[in-house]
Design a protein around this ligand. Structure first.
Ligand code: PHE
Length: 450
């Protein structure tokens, strides 16, 4: 055993591996981003493509990342370097992506915290129409200091958990959250289904109209799948480096993927019937959930309780994801730059706070500063999900499919032959040919090559 892996934490039992990985996957990506990209990209056809991306690309790539992480017991950069020196660039791509995602993710997480406070004080219940909710939301995100305040609180909360260490902080919060979140989503979904006109929302979500599909639809679906599953940037490499030798990687990946997709679908079933019933444009973008949800709660008995519980869960779901992103950067600085864990965590915290503040201001006073015509917030969202994550996924496939010693892959997937793995051949085909070729085609298609 090498020096680094000796002092490293490991995660508890079987359930913990699933829970922490699901804690990373399930977050704002499912409840905030998924509905808004489905809404912007025409509904059913997008959903069908999304589900295919999750099954055919998401699962194999998650397994590949688990393999790299557990085989090396290192941070994202160290992991690729330990297996093959020339591939450490893939780790750097991951650390950079995690940092950039934190830049806008913390801002949205801050919004959920603000909505939690407004739910608790009863302020959210006063408004009556979706238009009013839209105006309130708009005013809020444009304010120069309120969103930054909440973003800052969120950054500090993440820092506190990271400072407590992997085991206690991450494991505990994930264990509590998942069952509760699923339960509340199911109740809200039933409520939405009973709203007048819910059929139109369901048709939008589930009836595919493939005439609406463009090259960019496929890229966005792909990006959303990567974002939602937390793959393509070394989060799963980092987490798997804490897994125990007897953790079943296949079951973990399968359970995380199923849970993540179930939460996204449930969020869709909550949001879209309400979108049509209340008369909101499905393509209203990042504000969609923040306008729709309060309108849903308003129509419910004990609306204050529902909206408080929901936003509390959303805050925790976001927190378990920001923790995983923060951890990627922190453990990299700790192990590669030899900073103490405390210093590494503070460096990450302060740098992301700065980026988050700029991203937040870019929705208001700094709106004039644009990158290729988009403000900083939207640029970070687009660049990470639609470019950096798929690029990371592409090279991960090439690395694990072609470069990595096959015995390492096999040993990780079968726990040194203690488990049987019948679909090894299929996985290998997917990683070597199917996934990279598909990713390449989608990219070329979007560049207008075809
Ligand atoms: N998957 C998380 C979510 O859906 C976001 C995330 C992306 C977390 C990438 C870690 C890495 O909210």
């Amino acid at each position: 055993m090498n020096r680094i892996s000796q002092g490293r934490a490991t995660l508890g039992g079987k359930l913990s591996a699933v829970l922490v990985a699901a804690g990373s996957s399930v977050g704002l990506g499912n409840i905030w981003r998924f509905p808004y990209v489905v809404g912007e990209n025409g509904g059913g056809a997008f959903l069908a493509i999304y589900v295919c991306c999750v099954a055919l690309l998401g699962l194999p790539i998650m397994l590949a990342e688990f393999t790299v992480g557990r085989a090396s017991h290192r941070n994202a950069v160290g992991a690729f370097r330990a297996l093959d020196r020339r591939w450490s660039f893939l780790g750097y791509n991951g650390v950079l992506t995690a940092f950039l995602i934190l830049g806008f993710y913390f801002v949205v997480a801050g919004w959920t915290a603000e909505y939690l406070v407004h739910s608790l004080t009863g302020d959210l219940a006063h408004l009556s129409s979706a238009d009013e909710y839209a105006t309130v939301f708009d005013e809020f995100i444009r304010s120069p200091w309120r969103p930054i305040l909440y973003t800052g609180l969120f950054v500090l909360a993440t820092h506190a958990v990271i400072a407590m260490g992997v085991q206690q902080g991450i494991e505990r919060s994930a264990k509590l959250l998942m069952p509760l979140l699923l339960g509340v989503l199911v109740v809200l979904a039933i409520h939405s289904l009973l709203m007048p006109g819910s059929g139109e929302g369901l048709r939008f979500l589930f009836r595919p109209d493939f005439s609406k599909v463009t090259p960019s639809t496929i890229l966005v679906a792909l990006g959303q799948a990567f974002f939602s599953l937390s793959i393509g940037l070394g989060t799963m490499v980092t987490y798997a480096s804490y897994f125990k030798p007897d953790t079943n990687l296949r079951h973990t990946a399968l359970h995380v993927t199923l849970l993540d997709t179930a939460v996204a679908l449930l969020a869709g079933i909550v949001i879209f019937p309400a979108v049509f019933s209340v008369g909101i444009e499905p393509s209203s973008g990042p504000s969609l959930v923040f306008i729709t949800l309060p309108s849903i709660f308003n129509g419910m008995p004990w609306s204050m309780v529902w909206s408080s519980v929901f936003f509390l869960l959303l805050v925790i779901a976001a927190l378990t994801s920001t923790i995983s992103l923060h951890e990627v950067v922190t453990v990299y600085l700790h192990e590669e730059w030899h900073l103490s864990r405390r210093r590494a965590a503070w460096t990450t915290t302060l740098a992301t706070l700065l980026l988050g503040a700029l991203a937040s201001l870019s929705l208001g006073v700094l709106g004039g500063c644009t990158i290729f015509g988009e403000n900083l917030f939207d640029s970070l969202d687009f660049l990470t999900a639609n470019i950096l994550l798929p690029v990371g996924g592409f090279f991960t496939c090439i690395f694990v499919g072609w470069k990595l010693d096959r015995r390492i892959l096999r040993a990780q997937l079968t726990n040194d032959e203690a488990l049987r793995f019948r679909i090894y051949g299929v996985l290998s085909l997917l990683l070597r040919y199917f996934c990279p070729i598909l990713l390449l085609l989608v990219f070329l298609d979007n560049l207008g090559v075809f």
